[in-house]
Design a binder for this molecule. Sequence first.
Ligand SMILES: Cc1cc2nc3c(=O)[nH]c(=O)nc-3n(C[C@H](O)[C@H](O)[C@H](O)COP(=O)(O)O)c2cc1C
Length: 187
Amino acid sequence: MTDREKEARIVRRAEASGCKAIFLTADSPVLGVRYNEWRNGFQPPPGLGYPMIEKTSDQIQQESHDDGFSSFNSDSHSWAREIPWLRSITKMEIWIKGVLTSEDVETAIEYGCDGVIISNHGGRQLDETPATIDVLPACAKAARGRIRIHIDGGIRSGTDIFKALALGAECCWVGRPMLWGLAIAAI
Ligand SMILES: Cc1cc2nc3c(=O)[nH]c(=O)nc-3n(C[C@H](O)[C@H](O)[C@H](O)COP(=O)(O)O)c2cc1C
């Protein structure tokens, strides 16, 4: 985040709430070009705030989705600056979310991270990224058991989970299917 004190407050609140780990999103230094959101003028509905990043509904309504993102998100990600700083302010585990290469698995190990989430942000951040299931074997091979590996992106059935476990993941995460379920229940 651009505001480190705010970031530290989030970390402290998470720790005080009993969270065991931070998933640090590393794949979105800037927001991807999201034509569908531009076309549809995407905005969260009134009344919905983002308490975690300390934004009220009124603040959110006054800015575009893209401007809202760039108003708090730092676009200068750096392993050397972020990871030791996070380590110095929390005892929670630190996981890097958004890893797609064996080189980044190595770097995460070098910086003493506890785990990586093989993720391409559900394919919604940057066009032409590889499918996570395709890069998983190389990432697991590089890890050689030295760092934990989770995966997300396109996990839609039990067989997807079995494939991911067989290719070296310890666990799968699911994004949109949960949201679709909630949306259907809201109709
Ligand atoms: C509406 C929406 C918002 C998301 N916001 C974030 C976010 O703020 N940070 C993040 O790391 N990933 C975010 N993601 C990506 C998810 O964490 C996850 O990587 C992705 O949805 C997994 O793919 P799947 O939806 O195919 O299961 C978001 C995904 C969706 C659908």
